[in-house]
Each structure stands twice: as C-alpha cells, then as structure tokens.
Design a protein around this ligand. Structure first.
Ligand code: PSV
Ligand code: MN
Length: 399
C-alpha cells in the first residue's frame, strides 16, 4: 500500500462516523419470543450509557438515534435527554417517530382510510419534530408500517396522495437545518403491498415533500439479490441519498450485524460512495446509522462487531485504484476492471485500522477491551437490581 493510499484511508475513517440506534441496546426478540439479557438497557439513560461505551471504545459513534415512543416519556422535558447523552459522551441523532404501534394504526398511519389515524400520526410526528428541535437533532427518520395485506383492501392511489400531503406538512414544519429521511421497505407488516415499497417510491415522496427530504436506505429492506449499490449510485447522482440503516440479512429484514452474511456487498456499496467522491471531488453528506436488534448476542459486542465491519469495508473501498479502473472500463477490459475492486477488497486493512484507533486513543481490539473492562458484568448487576426495585421482570443471565 502506498503512503498516499494510507493517508486516504485514515482521512476517510476520520469522516466516517456511525450513529447507533437506542433500540439496539434493549431486549428485543422475534414475534415468537424474547430472550432476556440481564445487561440489556431498559431506560433511555441505560441505552445512552451503552452507546457511550461503544463510542468510548471506537471513537466512531458520537450520536444515538432515538425512537420517540420507546425512549421519551410524554410530558417530560426532552432537553434533559441531551444532558444525559452528553454525560455519556454522545449526542442525540435522528428522531424516529413511531406511527405503527398504536391500535389506531391497524389499517395504516398517514395512509389509513381512518382520518383519526391519519391525524394522530401527523400530530405525533409534529411533536417528534419539536423533540428534535429541543435536542438539536438534524434528522427526522420516517419509517411507516403502512401497507395492505390483501388485493383490493384499499385504494393505493388514495393512500399515496394522503401520504404525499402528510409528508409535505411534516417537511414544512421542520426547523431550518433538519432533513426528512424517507425509509422504504418492500414487505412487513404489509404482505400484499407496502406504501413505500422501494427507493423509487421513497424518492418520489421525498421530492414531493420538498428540498429538505432525502431517501434512507436500510440495507435489510430489499428483496433477495437486489443490487443495493446500484440504488445507492443512482440516489447519490440525483443528490437524494440521505443515509443508511446498516444491518445484514440472509433472508429478509433479519437485523444481523453488518457484513456477517455478505461483506462484499457492503464493500460494493462503499465503493460507489468512494467513486462518487472521486468523480465529483465532494464528500457526500450521508447519515450512516445502524439499525439492528440483537436477540442472542450481547448487544454492545454486536454493535462493536458492526462498527468494526463498517470501518474495515469502508477502508477497503478507499483502496480501489480509480484511475486504473476508469482506463479498464473505457477499454472494455472487464477482467482487469473487476480486479481493481477485488484487489482492494482483499487487502488486509486491519493494521491501518489499528493505526487509526491508536491515533484516536482507543483500543485496537474494542471487543476484547470491552470484555476486560467489566462493563457488562456491572451493567448486569446494577440493571437487574434496578429492574427488581421497579418491580419489573428480570432477564436471564448475561452470556
Ligand atoms: C423497520 O423495519 C425499521 O427498519 C425502521 O427503521 C424502524 O424505525 C426500525 O426498523 C426499528 O423498528
Ligand atoms: Mn430501518
């Protein structure tokens, strides 16, 4: 590796910050059951503490995405949350309104045929914007569970138009500097159609909403074999890529740690981002966020695995010889063009990542350092006691 390549990787890592999801530190499960961990976070403070631990060990995760209904108590002053976050060395990132949990949303939120459901979703989202304003957040992440389960269940175009109108109102209610991120998903819980099924629909809705709306790509929200980097390249070229929700999947929205199943696919996504930066000379503004729930692994370790995978694959993508690649592409030398990608992907960047971590004053092996710190054991002990004091259900033992 040349000195110039090393410098490029180290600088790229400096600009590659990854937001953690508060919900990734809590006990979650599948619809078949939940396996409790004594160290899992229950309160927002515990979630922020865990996120702070990940940031302390990586220097790469300074912000935390929050889910309004899961994290905030109605009537509570949200600004106190910023202070709690600061206590743990992090800040509040994307605000995620929750318009899918209440009984009223049985037929949808903004797309529901029931005007009271549409109103409740809008009111909640407008309140979420106020929370975002209070905590200084610059991102409003919208994912809807809206969809239908049977052909003929509802009028798809009526739903689209109601959604467009809602997003326009939401967009215009945002304070300056806030971006609306529109997330898509082709399935679940709607199994016939979802109202924002793919990036094209998210793009159209974001465009209709106004200039401060972008598309959010959740890597788990695609049908099998979708070419995600192609989608990312298009959105980047259109100036419409807002951010990512990182996770990996074998089948559907499995919420596995990034790169556990298909690391080359993640590399290819980072490759198109690096290519865009090379072509335009501008580093695109992208909100890199994790969206995972860890049902079996210890949550902090799972998060550390994702951060490590993201940094490793991001670093590799910086090593593609873009000049040679352009020449091979122009001359139609497919084999050599592909080799440019594969060689970068196969380069061992671990020593360089270790160098970056040493320069930041963080451990070169964050998982090992976390295990040695005793944090998990302390959290298990203290949180079990706290849950017992609150009369809440106890989790199982910390594995
Ligand atoms: C939905 O599957 C999703 O990806 C959305 O981003 C939600 O906010 C998140 O998961 C948590 O349920
Ligand atoms: Mn998501």
């Amino acid at each position: 590796m040349t000195h110039a390549q090393e410098t490029r990787v180290l600088e790229a890592l400096d600009g590659f910050m990854i937001e953690l999801p508060s919900w990734g530190f809590a006990d979650t499960g599948t619809r078949f059951g939940k396996f409790y961990q004594a160290a899992a976070a229950s309160t927002l403070e515990e979630k922020l503490a865990d996120a702070g631990e990940v940031h302390r060990l990586t220097a790469a995760c300074p912000s935390v995405a929050v889910h309004v209904l899961w994290d905030f108590t109605a009537g509570e002053d949200p600004t106190s949350t910023s202070a709690v976050a600061a206590k743990y060395g992090v800040r509040i990132g994307a605000i995620n309104p929750n318009v899918f949990q209440d009984q009223v949303y049985k037929l949808g939120s903004f797309c529901s045929p029931d005007p009271s459901a549409r109103k409740m979703a809008l009111d909640h989202t407008l309140e979420s914007i106020e929370i975002g304003r209070a905590v200084g957040s610059t991102l409003l992440s919208m994912w809807l569970a809206d969809g239908t389960n049977y052909p003929g269940q509802d009028n798809i175009v009526r739903r689209k138009r109601d959604l467009e109108a809602a997003f326009k109102t939401i967009h215009d209610a945002m304070p300056p500097g806030m971006t609306l991120l529109v997330e898509y998903k082709p399935f679940e819980p709607g199994f016939y159609h979802t109202d924002i099924a793919d990036w094209g629909m998210a793009y159209v809705l974001a465009r209709h909403a106004g200039p401060h709306a972008r598309v959010l790509v959740d890597t788990g929200h695609h049908l099998p074999n979708a070419n995600i980097e192609h989608i990312v390249a298009y959105l980047l070229d259109e100036g419409m890529l807002g951010g990512f929700h990182f996770n990996d999947k074998k089948y559907a929205d499995d919420d596995l740690e990034l790169g556990t199943i298909d690391p080359y696919a993640v590399f290819r996504i980072f490759n198109v981002i690096a290519q865009h930066e090379f072509d335009t000379g501008v580093r695109p503004e992208i909100a890199y966020m994790v969206d995972q729930s860890h049902n079996l692994k210890p949550k902090i370790e799972a998060m550390l695995q994702t951060v490590d995978a993201a940094q490793t694959l991001f670093a590799k993508a910086q090593l593609v010889d873009r000049k040679a690649l352009a020449e091979h592409q122009a001359s139609g030398d497919i084999v050599m063009a592909e080799r440019c990608l594969v060689e970068a992907y196969q380069t061992d960047v671990r020593p360089l990542l270790a160098e970056w971590r040493r320069a930041k004053g963080v451990p070169t092996d964050p998982i090992q350092a976390h295990r040695e710190s005793g944090y998990a054991e302390r959290a298990a002990r203290d949180r079990s006691a706290a849950r017992a004091a609150r009369g809440e259900k106890q989790g199982g033992s910390y594995a």
